[in-house]
Design a binder for this molecule. Structure first.
Ligand SMILES: CC(C)=CCC/C(C)=C/CC/C(C)=C/COP(=O)(O)OP(=O)(O)O
Length: 359
């Protein structure tokens, strides 16, 4: 959207408050993160994430035909493009017929329905914030459109190889790493060497978090969204066709691919930790905000190793509420030097039962 056409938020404070409320409903990860950041970074990340989440909701919608989904994602990209006349209102008009009826609308779809409000609030942020968010958000939306088109005939995504899984994770989460890094490096006075170092590992942080989700959500991704992210080549080695990924007779075979995916994710832990060791704490950015998802990923990987089959049956793989609480508390209490010790402790046993939490 060109600058001249930028709508002013009519009730900026109420709109911003609405956006903060909305984040609490759509993402457990970002609910914690946004709460743990200080202002103004908290609002920058809140809006940046909501913009990305709209694309994600369209991409996950299996009630929309793939060609229509791809067209919506491309229109969303155009609405973000400063050089294009397409507006959030145009996108809202196009997505309108696909919105679930108001009473049945999930929080994700309420955010999509309120795209104009999200954009108006986003437009009220400083220009350098918008310039940090828009390119990665556009890369995400167009990457998602490409994937939806690639698998249009399959009815849902069917990742084939390890490298395709990595490519997919880059578009849906690596781009978020870039978005965060754009914000913390352009708003802070960060030297070139540190900036380069951060970009080199930001993508790995996103890949880590997304691969953990891929490994733990096998059942729901297939039954609720008709997507199989476990690579066909890995499943084939276990004799499992992608269409039978959650069939009871394939439980063991699929579980071993879940473990393999968790191992793949583990390979990105060092990169994510390097990010945490160097991320600049500027404009309300806090170390704890990013330490929390990192340590929760470590805990989820531990649970995945212990019970990979639970990702297949739908029983669910997650760290307990008590452990989340203990991790959040520890992330607030400790600095960068404690990261290796916290990681090691959480990798071996649930954190709230570990002796070191009583330190
Ligand atoms: C540099 C850096 C910090 C990179 C990390 C980038 C990042 C946070 C990517 C988001 C990936 C992700 C899987 C979020 C959680 O899922 P979700 O939002 O779908 O919701 P859930 O938490 O409810 O599963």
């Amino acid at each position: 959207m060109p600058d001249a056409d930028r709508p002013a938020a009519t009730h900026p404070d109420a709109d911003l408050a609405w956006c903060h409320e909305a984040v609490q409903g759509v993402s457990r990860t970002f609910a914690l993160t946004v709460d743990t950041l200080d202002e103004p970074m908290s609002s920058y990340i809140c809006l940046g994430y909501l913009v990305c989440r709209i694309a994600d909701t369209v991409e996950d919608a299996d009630h929309i035909a793939p060609d229509e989904q791809a067209a919506l994602l491309r229109e969303f990209d155009a609405a973000l493009d400063p050089a294009d006349d397409t507006t959030a209102a145009d996108f809202r008009d196009s997505v309108g017929p696909h919105l679930p009826p108001e009473r049945e609308r999930s929080e994700d779809w309420q955010v999509v329905a309120n795209v104009e409000r999200v954009f108006a609030t986003f437009e009220g942020l400083p220009p350098e914030v918008r310039e940090a968010v828009v390119p990665p958000a556009r890369e995400m939306a167009t990457g998602m459109a490409d994937f939806v088109e690639r698998y249009a005939d399959a009815g849902g995504l069917r990742i084939e190889t390890r490298s395709e899984l990595e490519e997919y994770c880059y578009y849906v989460a690596g781009t978020v790493g870039t978005l965060i890094t754009n914000l913390v490096t352009t708003l802070g006075n960060v030297d070139e060497e540190r900036t380069e170092r951060l970009y080199a590992v930001a993508e790995e942080f996103g890949l880590l978090l997304q691969l953990v989700n891929v490994a733990k959500d096998v059942h729901d991704d297939y039954t609720e969204e008709n997507n199989v992210y476990l690579p066909a080549e890995w499943l084939a080695e276990q004799g499992v066709p992608q269409e039978e990924v959650v069939a009871p007779e394939n439980r063991e075979g699929t579980a071993s691919v879940v473990s393999r995916t968790a191992g793949f994710a583990r390979g990105f832990l060092d990169g994510a930790q390097t990010y945490l060791e160097h991320v600049p704490l500027v404009e309300g950015n806090t170390l704890a905000a990013w330490t929390i998802p990192y340590l929760l990923a470590v805990g989820t990987l531990r649970e995945l190793s212990a019970h990979p089959e639970r990702a297949v049956t739908g029983e669910g793989v997650k760290v307990s509420r008590e452990e989340v609480f203990a991790v959040v508390t520890a992330a607030h209490q400790h600095g960068r030097d404690a990261l290796p010790r916290l990681r090691e402790s959480i990798a071996s046993e649930p954190f709230h039962t570990a002796p070191s939490t009583a330190d």
